[in-house]
Design a protein around this ligand. Structure first.
Ligand SMILES: *Cc1c(COP(=O)(O)O)cnc(C)c1O
Length: 472
């Protein structure tokens, strides 16, 4: 390979990264580019001969960076956060250098054992009982797929992997109609089919699955000859934070002998604060739970914490042991690749370990409490403005609103709010996204960036009001 000055570039990138973080506020959160603007600047084929690092880096700065959405920007209030503390970034630098494949215990014993230890720290931190064992998945989508496959195999007496889904048993899975699309995809990929995902309507202030409807659906399905296999419950669903009553759902799952998986992808990180745990009361009765430290705990993507009450069922579903993957002459270890769909695994535990140690739980709790209270203040402010309306009550740091200027009629509001959202995002100081509930268009707000301050959230309120009342 061509020699490059590794130390020179590595140092240069460290200085670049520091400056990047410090200048985030001066950049538009979402780039103002059109589809094709970036790719049209790039050659259509790879070079035959080496190019200099100077040129490559210059193109990175000139052509790539202007097309980046800055997720670590303090004005990032869109979607859900994908926050990254500086310590997490540093840990990833070490992982990059080591570049280990951590699929089996023996392919990096320390990676496996650190994963076991840090996930147990995190389990205690969020108040899950000791009977839960954790594994780091690349994403909540993967954890939910693993859970759905486990539901399927359990319901098919562990024959599905060999016989396929030809048996007469038509499996049914239940979730609220606010569940994330990762659940739909898990149902597709597992071969269960979206017709067999039964959507239960929600009610109540938190948007919880109607328990009677859930019971009815299960009973009707049994009578019709279907095989109910599992329930997926939400804690803080993506659109407006809909949250199921886990305790009640778990009671149904228990009496119906169904597997219960809890998707707390975003909200789960907040459970390091005991005062928020009422949101998932009853979670100890679930069979598995997933949440993403890569969303709101300062541990950058990818780090999804998947806790399982009986890992044996998961391993029975996913493990496959050809001779070339066996470890002879040792026992008393786990091979985490048997707990997930992909074989290959990055060394993900290191950044979690660094973050938990460098900040400590108290500091992380303060970060989350700040996000929640700043966001709540903004919700209260918009609620008190005569021309704004809160369209969803805050759940942790998430709420939705719309602009309702005097004299407008309902039919005009979607257009007005879509234009307001476009103006806000073209302005570039903050970034927000939208959702629709029951046909009503609304703008979402969530605070979760590690760089966000109280002043940033206040400024967001000023920008929203200013651009609503004086559209550009
Ligand atoms: C973000 C999110 C997911 C998907 O998370 P990935 O880690 O990106 O797969 C699933 N469920 C909910 C509720 C989410 O907010």
């Amino acid at each position: 390979m061509t020699a490059i000055d590794f130390v020179h570039w590595s140092n240069k990138f460290a200085i670049w990264a520091d400056n990047y973080r410090k200048t985030l506020r001066s950049r538009p959160v979402r780039p103002n580019v059109q589809p094709g603007d970036i790719s049209s600047q790039l050659p259509v084929s790879a070079p035959e001969t080496p190019e200099s690092m100077e040129n490559i880096f210059k193109d990175f700065e000139d052509k790539i960076l202007p097309g980046i959405t800055h997720w670590q920007h303090p004005g990032f209030f869109a979607y859900f956060p994908a926050n990254a503390t500086p310590v997490s970034i540093l840990a990833e630098q070490l992982c990059n250098a080591i570049a280990a494949q951590c699929m089996l215990w023996q392919t990096s014993p320390a990676a496996t054992e650190l994963e076991t230890v840090t996930l147990d720290w995190l389990r205690q931190a969020v108040g899950l009982p000791a009977k839960f064992t954790g594994v780091i998945q690349d994403s909540a989508s993967s954890a939910t797929l693993a859970a759905v496959l486990t539901m399927r195999e359990r319901a098919l007496a562990w024959q599905g992997n060999t016989e396929g889904l030809q048996s007469n048993k038509q499996i049914r899975i239940y979730a609220s109609d606010k569940a994330h699309t990762s659940i739909d995809r898990a149902i597709w990929i597992s071969g269960i089919g979206s017709d067999n995902l039964v959507r239960i309507p929600v009610n109540g202030e938190l948007g919880s699955m109607d328990i009677d409807d859930l019971k009815d659906a299960i009973n009707k399905d049994r009578e019709a000859g279907f095989t109910p296999a599992g329930i997926i419950a939400n804690v803080g669903a993506t659109s407006i934070g809909s949250t199921d009553q886990i305790k009640d759902v778990a009671t149904v799952a228990g009496s119906e002998n169904l597997y219960l998986h809890v998707d707390a992808a975003w909200a789960g990180s907040a459970m390091i604060c005991p005062e928020f745990r009422h949101l998932w009361a009853g979670v100890e009765k679930a069979d598995s739970v997933v949440f993403n430290p890569h969303k709101w705990l300062g541990v950058q993507f990818d780090c999804s914490a998947h806790y399982i009450r009986e890992p044996e069922a998961l391993v029975k579903t996913l493990a496959i042991q050809p001779e070339y993957l066996k470890t002879h002459g040792k026992d008393g270890f786990v091979n985490y690749s048997e707990w997930s769909v992909p074989l290959g695994r990055r060394f993900r535990a290191l950044k979690l370990w660094f973050v938990l140690r460098a900040y400590g739980l108290e500091h992380l709790r303060t970060m989350i409490r700040n996000h929640v209270s700043w966001s709540m203040n903004l919700a209260n402010r918009l609620d008190s403005e005569p021309d704004f309306e809160l369209t969803s009550k805050p759940v942790l740091s998430l709420f939705a609103f719309r602009y309702v200027p005097k004299g407008t009629i309902e039919a005009e509001l979607e257009d007005i709010n879509q234009k307001l959202l476009n103006n806000i995002n073209d302005d570039g100081r903050i970034y927000l996204t939208q959702t629709k509930i029951g046909g009503m268009f609304m703008i979402r707000f969530q605070a979760g960036s590690v760089e966000t301050t109280e002043a940033d959230v206040k400024l967001a309120g000023d920008i929203i009001c200013e651009l609503a009342r004086n559209p550009v």
